[in-house]
Ligand binder design. Structure first.
Ligand SMILES: Nc1ncnc2c1ncn2[C@@H]1O[C@H](COP(=O)(O)OP(=O)(O)OP(=O)(O)O)[C@@H](O)[C@H]1O
Length: 341
């Protein structure tokens, strides 16, 4: 049975300027032992989607879904005791900023112990023993002496390891890691990713990895979902996605990889700038797409099926070129970005 099943999850926020749709009908399945990456630039709704799964969105959020289940149980209809049993225990999350996610007022030992007491009901001595074991498991040297440390006494990499230790304290079946390495330097990033993959290998948990970094996707995940302006624009196995991306946005993300181009980050998403609520009537990516033609600007695209995935595009790319059978009569693309009729 899949761990997580999401069908058509939508999240809208009530804001002063009206309803803002941050997540638009996304679907996702995560199986045990599987690492699924959700990739997309800042503001594409990756974190909001996973916070909806955890039930951690503020009251201004309207969450709807045709299905959102963990091991078959409806996450939108959990009683408070079911929520306590599942969230933070069977489903755990590592948040973006370790420095702000750890409570600065409490020691590492206290914060680890709190999770062990709440979810597993362990007594004091057992909590200490298990905390030391967890810190050792995430590669913290001299774990016993770290129990008395406060977060400000730890380096960024060390704090992130503590966050991971807290998240895995109750042996979750599903771990959601939100940009777990963004704040860290490159060597530490690689160590943390290795740690997450080895924890998956040991425990068989499923892992959802949220990232804006295609390099991280390539190194860790088996399957990838590309998100743009709240919508999923492509899903594929990581191998297929890197070999032949079908959505122009995926292609642009890959072209922005450091080994392929100097320009790493794309400019912000039109229609997703805070305070700007008008979305283009057609494809949301059309204003930035090298291959957009008239229909892309006026008609929303439907999902085109690909091997084990899809692309949300009027003319999915094959080998870096739009598929000719999908183009209107007479339209050809001589070079990317140049439409000739
Ligand atoms: N509480 C909120 N109220 C209103 N809008 C929000 C709220 N939380 C997030 N948003 C908006 O929802 C959109 C998606 O945000 P989200 O944090 O999910 O993006 P992301 O893809 O995870 O990007 P990042 O990597 O920068 O976190 C953004 O435009 C953000 O401003």
């Amino acid at each position: 049975m899949p761990l997580l099943e999401i069908e058509n999850l939508t999240v809208e926020f009530e804001t002063r300027s009206g309803l803002f749709r941050a997540v638009d009908r996304i679907s996702l399945t995560v199986n045990p032992r599987e690492i699924v990456a959700i990739v997309g630039e800042s503001g594409s709704g990756k974190s909001v989607a996973m916070l909806a799964v955890m039930g951690l969105l503020p009251k201004t959020a309207r969450v709807t879904a045709d299905r959102m289940t963990f091991e078959g149980r409806d996450l939108l209809k959990l009683t408070s005791s079911e929520r306590r049993r599942i969230i933070g225990k069977d489903v755990a999350m590592i948040f973006q900023e370790p420095m702000t996610s750890l409570n600065p007022c409490f020691t590492v030992g206290f914060q680890l112990g709190e999770s062990l007491a709440t979810h597993l009901g362990l007594g004091r001595a057992e909590r200490k023993r298990r905390s030391i074991e967890l810190l050792a498991q995430v590669g913290i040297p001299e774990p016993e002496s770290r129990l008395a440390a406060f977060p400000h006494q730890l380096s960024g990499g060390m704090s992130q390891r503590v966050m991971i230790a807290i998240a895995i304290a109750c042996s979750p079946k599903l771990l959601i890691a939100d940009e777990p390495t963004t704040a860290l330097d490159v060597t530490i990033q690689a160590q943390i990713l290795d740690l997450l993959v080895s924890l998956r290998d040991k425990t068989g948990m499923g892992l959802v990895l949220i990232t804006h970094d295609m390099g991280v996707v390539a190194e860790t995940s088996e399957r990838v979902v590309v998100q743009y302006a709240g919508q999923q624009v492509e899903e594929a196995t990581t191998r297929a996605l890197f070999a032949d991306p079908h959505h122009p946005y995926t292609s642009a993300l890959l072209a922005a990889l450091p080994e392929r181009a100097r320009e790493r980050r794309l400019p912000s998403i039109p229609g997703m700038v805070p305070g700007q609520f008008d979305r283009p009537p057609g494809c949301l990516f059309a204003p930035r797409c090298d291959f957009a033609f008239e229909a892309c600007r006026t008609t929303p695209p439907v999902r085109a099926r690909a091997d084990l995935g899809f692309a949300l595009c009027h003319t999915p790319l094959v080998g870096g070129r739009p598929t000719p059978q999908n183009l209107p009569k007479g339209v050809t693309f001589a070079e990317p970005g140049k439409v000739s009729a």
